[in-house]
Design a protein around this ligand. Sequence first.
Ligand SMILES: *Cc1c(COP(=O)(O)O)cnc(C)c1O
Length: 403
Amino acid sequence: MGTVVAASLIDGASQERPFPDLSAALLGRDDGLIELHYAYATDLIPASWSGEGMWRWRGLLPLADGPIRYPLPVGGTPLLASPSLRAVSGMPRLWLKDETRSPTGSNKDRATALVLEWALRHDIRTVTAASTGNVAVSLAVGAAAAGMDALIFVPATVNPDKLRLMLLAGAMVFAVEEGYEAAFRLSRQAARAYGWCDRNTGVNPLTLEAKKTVAFEIWEQLGRTMPDAVLAPVGDGATLSAMYKGFTELVACGVADRMPRIIGVQAEGCQPLKRAWEGRSPQLDRGTIADGIAVTTPSNAATVVRDVRRSAGGFVAVPDDAILHAICTLAAHSGILAEPAAAASYAGLEPALEAGLIERGERVVILITGSGLKTPRYLNPAGGAHQVRGTLDEVERVLRPAN
Ligand SMILES: *Cc1c(COP(=O)(O)O)cnc(C)c1O
């Protein structure tokens, strides 16, 4: 069990206060995101890799002892040293943290698992969240597997392939005409009005706690050392802030002595965090195919920018055509099928090199946050199949068209 020693409100006056019952925040009755602090010590770090996935990090999670009730496996995703991708990118010490191997194919499954574990332990049967797509799929599938009801608020423009998955899992889905921000407000209001468990990232501290475990795993999979830099696609910013917290906690536990630089990759058509980091005002959002990171008004922008700055990292933005190209490169060289938001982190390598945020020879990890199987419309190979009759001559004809 993680002994939480202090909880402070991130936004607002950062009041330290004795660790409260989390119920208020989780049932939508609190304002601002609570940040949890532990009595950091080396013995909170598990001694060796095992098959338990995310739950092995229980020493640094606000989770009481006892068996895990949440039924889907989560965490423990592979860290790939892809030789072919290293060759084409010219980065000999590049790794891919493959979060597409999560139960519903995105990094959202870590947060879903911890929130639903908490709900199961508190006999709460109904959960809600707003989502651009992947949270919704994750929550719908996770709730279905756990025997709970999910009520989900998405922008009306939600990717229809993802919508089908939520509905197949039996979630009740509200498609909100005014878009994601309105869906978020509505989901929070509904949680408060009806007493549902609120899984919204940006208000539920468990989401950050769960997502930080990806940092622990990266450190562990690199032989218990820190990378020089980590690149991750960023929308609302929880993934980045959680990684920052995770790496910070490794240092606080005394098992690492420096932080990696954290680099957030945004889509050019929606880059409020990059602009905030540069001290520029937000601009009108042109939109992007990368729905997972299409967040116009991030809920904790100041925190994300602060975390990135403290890590000595930065932000880059990539155009949609670079994202589409990155999907193809990842498919052809790494064995990972990525959705647009996830491929953005690979597309961000070149601009990050140009901006001097990373160097080619450094140990760089890119987070691949979501699977391309959920976004088939963006898988566009250059060529098609060769139509042949079943003889070797026909194969020969294709292989040597000149003969
Ligand atoms: C949610 C998501 C991200 C990152 O989002 P944050 O809101 O910044 O945590 C990145 N990629 C994919 C595929 C996602 O679903």
